[in-house]
Design a protein around this ligand. Structure first.
Ligand SMILES: [Zn+2]
Length: 497
């Protein structure tokens, strides 16, 4: 073959490749537009029977009973929890590629359970999104286990009824929940797995001062964190999801460090040949019910199913996976900057980081406990809420010298007046019969207290800020109250025995 002919052949080949690439790209652009439309119309698919993120097994069972009454979906009980609750497996679609997702292995991590139910509604709907839906359902058989740990979900705790973290039981397989997940994986042998969790609010997306709202991990299969075809596929798929999410939350995506954990399911499933993707739902400011994060989780799953069905993840670069910033524990719920503190007649400048813990409360679902997480130079950290305290001096909150007997007494208090005097505690004789988390913007102290509890690390976040001699802000259970406008910002107070 002479050089000229060789050149012509190469150019023709390039042309064909170019046309092929254009067709694939235009298909991808089309799919991305459709995902954009679905993002805009997400409310259509959002499961309406859910009114709170704290879904229990009874409500889940009811939703499954109502929504799976369709020939296009299969529902099977595949196991029972330690306390005898059903573990369900749902199948939608008839494609060659098997995908298995499981959620709420940790009982207090419900976001993905809700997103999976939204996804079920999307996949079973019949509307203008049929093209994308059909493409997915013809290519993929989508299996999912919503709420793998129903006993933990019942108490809204991480662990199962025996107090064990199921994600450390992938080898020993002592518990029925773990065995169920393992059996389902082994019997289906899916090409892809989605291990769906919620992460704590502490994680930032790298060092960019923003929370990691969605985080990913392509779990490793050995301590050396080597790559093989199975793990590389997880990485490429994560790049597809992160490209989709970047349109909505470009700086809020994080990647977990990939230390090998031999007792975890993700790592073990990669060893067994399932390309597993860990998705962690984080936190978005002022979204305690995680409604926006649930939507993003839904879009993540949709993006993944779309990318699996047209195999577009193949084109992603592994290096793009490593470009997702690694999570750093740099966030606080509330960060108070540049506070003046006085000790031994000397003044110092400090920052205070406060975090809220959600605790179950039989009266209203959940309450919050605000604690001082750190004190000092926190300039490397960020807050979901931040407040500049330059010129403000921190002072202990005072105890109001009047003992309350019942909660009724708290309804008669003018809190604004109390705060102005620096009072943030009232006393009670009988704290043991009062609610632990009163729905009043004040703390209740047992009358054995003579001095208020100290403002120190790991203690409850209760104090006041002075400007000169005037109290201008108070912090009650970690919630900042501005006395210039007296907005109701305290989620709940605390009863301190
Ligand atoms: Zn988890």
């Amino acid at each position: 073959m002479n050089n000229k002919i060789k050149y012509m052949k190469v150019t023709q080949m390039n042309k064909i490749r170019h046309i092929f690439l254009l067709i694939t790209l235009s298909g991808l652009v089309l799919a991305q537009n459709e995902i954009g439309n679905i993002y805009d119309n997400y409310e259509t698919y959002r499961e309406k029977l859910i009114t709170s993120k704290r879904i229990d097994h009874t409500l889940l069972s009811e939703i499954l009973r109502v929504r799976t009454n369709s020939p296009n979906v299969e529902l099977k009980i595949v196991g029972k929890s330690v306390e005898g609750r059903d573990i369900n497996l749902i199948k939608i679609g008839s494609g060659k590629t098997k995908v298995l997702a499981w959620s709420q292995m940790h009982g207090d991590e419900p976001t993905a359970t809700l997103a999976l139910l939204d996804m079920m509604n999307f996949l079973l709907a019949d509307d203008q999104q049929n093209e994308l839906r059909r493409k997915v359902l013809e290519a993929v058989s989508f299996y999912f286990i919503p709420m793998l740990n129903p006993d933990g979900a019942e108490k809204f705790t991480r662990r199962n009824a025996v107090g064990v973290d199921l994600n450390r039981d992938a080898q020993r397989l002592q518990f029925p929940e773990s065995r169920t997940l393992n059996n389902v994986r082994d019997s289906l042998n899916p090409e892809f797995g989605f291990n769906l969790h919620d992460q704590s609010q502490l994680h930032a997306a790298g060092r960019n001062n923003k929370p990691a709202v969605i985080s990913f991990l392509a779990p490793p299969f050995n301590y050396e964190r080597d790559l093989n075809e199975v793990r590389e596929k997880s990485m490429r798929l994560i790049v597809s999801i992160s490209k989709t999410l970047s349109k909505y939350i470009p700086d809020y995506l994080g990647r977990y460090s990939d230390e090998f954990e031999p007792r975890a399911f993700g790592d073990n499933f990669v060893i067994k040949g399932t390309s597993t993707v860990l998705i962690e739902s984080g936190w978005w400011p002022n979204d305690r019910e995680k409604n926006f994060v649930r939507k993003l989780n839904f879009i993540s799953l949709l993006s993944a199913l779309n990318s699996i069905s047209d195999k577009s993840y193949h084109q992603n670069l592994l290096s793009d996976y490593h470009l997702i910033p690694e999570n750093q524990k740099l966030m606080f719920d509330l960060l108070l900057r540049n506070i003046t503190i006085e000790k031994n007649d000397k003044e110092f400048i400090i920052d205070i980081g406060i975090n809220y813990t959600e605790v179950s409360d039989p009266e209203c679902g959940f309450s919050l406990v605000g604690k001082i997480e750190d004190i000092g130079d926190l300039s490397t950290h960020s807050g979901y809420q931040e407040f500049e305290c330059k010129g403000l001096k921190i002072a202990e909150g005072k105890i109001y010298n009047q003992t309350i007997k019942t909660l009724e007494d708290l309804t008669r208090i003018d809190y604004f007046e109390l705060y102005q005097e620096g009072y943030i505690y009232v006393l009670a004789d009988n704290v043991e019969i009062l609610p632990k988390y009163p729905k009043f913007p004040i703390n209740i102290l047992s009358n054995s207290y003579i001095k208020p509890p100290e403002t120190a690390i790991d203690n409850f976040a209760n104090f006041a800020f002075l400007q000169g001699e005037d109290v201008v802000y108070v912090v009650i259970n970690g919630f900042l109250v501005d006395l210039s406008n007296n907005t109701k910002s305290v989620f709940n107070g605390l009863t301190i025995p």
